[in-house]
Design a protein around this ligand. Structure first.
Ligand SMILES: [Cu+2]
Length: 265
């Protein structure tokens, strides 16, 4: 037998894995919907860091496995592998590196999470989102007290999907209220969702933070959903989200306020 087949290095390996990783990363939004809020952009950035790092680690592990399998396969050799039981520096290294990675990811996660829960200063629009079996009602208020009669009320029905209209480049604060069971307010493009817990606004379920705030960044139309199974008609509990420019917002809100006023009288 001539030659040393076990010494051959798979030269194609690193370029192939690099190319595969590049295709996966560039070919899609790393699996996420395109964000339409400032908070969603932060979540997407964090997700990208996690995903790219995970792909790099997968590539490294697969690469090492393939190298070891090819390079150290038994072939026609009669020798036995090294019988050394441990390698202290190596073990320290592969313990410390993952700890550092987890620490960095944790550190990056905290500010994004804080941002998702933050509600500073006054918002531009206040909407009380009421979920009930099996529809949504959107009640627009003037301020964060959410008291008195809402200026605008949009109600869904089995025949009419409710439309949540919001201005673009605005801070919108949602107060989530469940009238019966737990529902969940979810627009996939927000990249966040929050449950509506019954009794959160009273003393029945104290300590529940049922207020979320988003800053809209794009005009367009999207579909929102209830993301918590809430009974037989849960699957039909959709709503439409329409984010509009300032002029459209002004005309819609005054028309909707008039319509709400007329219904109330
Ligand atoms: Cu539901």
């Amino acid at each position: 037998m001539t030659g040393e087949p076990h010494e051959r290095r798979p030269r194609w390996l690193v370029p192939s894995l690099s190319a595969l990783t590049a295709v996966v990363i560039s070919g899609c939004d790393l699996g996420l919907p395109s964000p339409i809020t400032r908070e969603g952009e932060n979540v997407t950035r964090l997700w990208s860091v996690f995903t790219i790092l995970a792909l790099a680690i997968v590539a490294l592990i697969i690469g090492l496995i393939v190298v070891v399998v090819i390079r150290y396969r038994r072939g026609h050799r009669d020798d036995i592998p090294s019988q050394r039981q441990y390698n202290f520096p190596l073990e320290i290294t592969y313990t410390v590196i993952p700890l550092v990675i987890v620490g960095v990811l944790f550190g990056l996660t905290i500010p994004v999470q804080e941002n998702l829960g933050s509600k500073e200063g006054a918002a531009d629009v206040y909407v009380e989102v009421v979920g009930f079996q099996w529809q949504w009602q959107f009640r627009y208020f003037e301020d964060e007290s959410y008291e008195g009669d809402p200026r605008i009320v949009v109600s869904g029905s089995p025949e009419q999907v409710p439309v949540l209209v919001l201005p673009v480049d605005a801070t919108v604060r949602f107060r989530l209220v469940a009238q019966d069971v737990i529902h969940s307010f979810w627009v996939p493009e927000f990249l966040e969702k929050r449950d509506l817990i019954p009794g959160a606004e009273t003393d029945v379920s104290p300590g529940i933070d049922n207020v979320v705030e988003v800053e809209t960044t794009e005009t367009g139309e999207w579909t929102g959903r209830c993301a918590e199974y809430c009974g037989l008609q849960h699957a039909y509990m959709d709503f439409e989200l329409r984010v509009v420019d300032e002029a459209e917002w002004q005309s819609w809100s005054s028309e909707a306020a008039d319509a709400t006023g007329e219904e109330g009288t």
